[in-house]
Design a protein around this ligand. Structure first.
Ligand code: IGP
Length: 267
């Protein structure tokens, strides 16, 4: 794959760093994963929009860095109704760490996604998580990595950005698929991306809308287009204003299906 020539410079630099990281010295991981479909169902049964809230200290597109304790952030997100938590473990561009994920997973009882740029099987053995992100565009042998992740007990979440990648994900056997609204070539967000891909996703796949979701209207738009769950980082982390993470999460998990019943005064 010729990723460097097709992605933003920041992403090329992320990939170069990712290639260098290995799991030398780590034993093979074996996890008993908390089920993401079950967590989504529990949230929905409880009247909450299923949101996977992301502990993302910073990013190439963020306006600042939050250095709050990741456990405090994750607990605040669960208090705000998050169905699951995503933790960046990428250290050089997102301020993440595998240790942060381990501590978060010990502290909360919802599923925890490992968010990183995993390229090879050995990189799966760095840390236990309930889900691992595999980005279709960057992984050469997606089917092999999906199988390797499942063999260790992980639920693979395969990220796609267009219909061709969706086909690759389905052929690789993915049953949890995320559509990233952020174009990794330009780092620009367009919620229309999810809408154009979602119609082609087969039944039985757990479908997640990723990136750029910040308002109740965005939540409604993604749900209407078929998202089972939403992955939200920046709007909850609120990097520049450092706002209240519980409140930021609640604003999105409490969105009602239609405008009429969505009153801001709902408690
Ligand atoms: O902060 P946002 O726009 O709410 O996006 C969250 C998440 O989708 C985004 O962090 C993301 C999606 N895919 C990724 C791959 C790597 C790193 C980060 C990501």
């Amino acid at each position: 794959m010729n990723s460097e020539t097709e992605v933003a410079p920041a992403v090329a630099s992320i990939l170069a760093a990712a290639r260098e990281r290995s799991a030398d010295g780590h034993d093979r991981v074996s996890v008993a994963a908390r089920s993401i479909p079950d967590a989504i169902e529990r949230a929905a049964a409880d009247g909450r929009v299923p949101v996977i809230a992301e502990v993302k200290p910073t990013s190439p597109t963020a306006d600042g860095t939050r250095d709050d304790d990741p456990v405090d952030l994750a607990e605040a997100m669960v208090d705000g109704g998050a169905a699951a938590i995503s933790v960046l473990t990428e250290p050089s561009h997102f301020g993440g760490s595998p240790e942060a994920l381990t501590r978060v997973r010990e502290a909360v009882d919802v599923p925890v996604l490992r968010k990183d740029f995993l390229l090879r099987e050995d990189q799966l053995d760095v840390v236990e998580a309930d889900l691992v992100l595999l980005i279709a565009r960057f992984v050469d042998d997606l089917g092999g990595l999906v199988t390797a992740a499942r063999d260790r007990g992980f639920q693979p979440l395969v990220e796609v950005h267009d219909r061709a990648e969706l086909e690759t994900a389905i052929e690789a056997g993915a049953d949890v698929i995320g559509v990233n609204n952020r174009d990794l070539a330009k780092l620009e967000v367009d919620l229309g991306t999810f809408e154009s891909v979602s119609a082609h996703v087969p039944d039985g796949v757990t479908l997640i809308a990723e990136s750029g979701i910040s308002t109740p209207a965005d939540v409604r738009r993604m749900r209407e287009a078929g998202a089972d769950a939403l992955l939200v980082g920046s709007a909850i982390m609120d990097h520049d204003a450092e706002g209240d993470v519980t409140e930021n999460t609640r604003r999105l998990t409490r969105v009602a299906a239609t405008e009429e019943t969505d009153t801001e005064t709902q408690t």
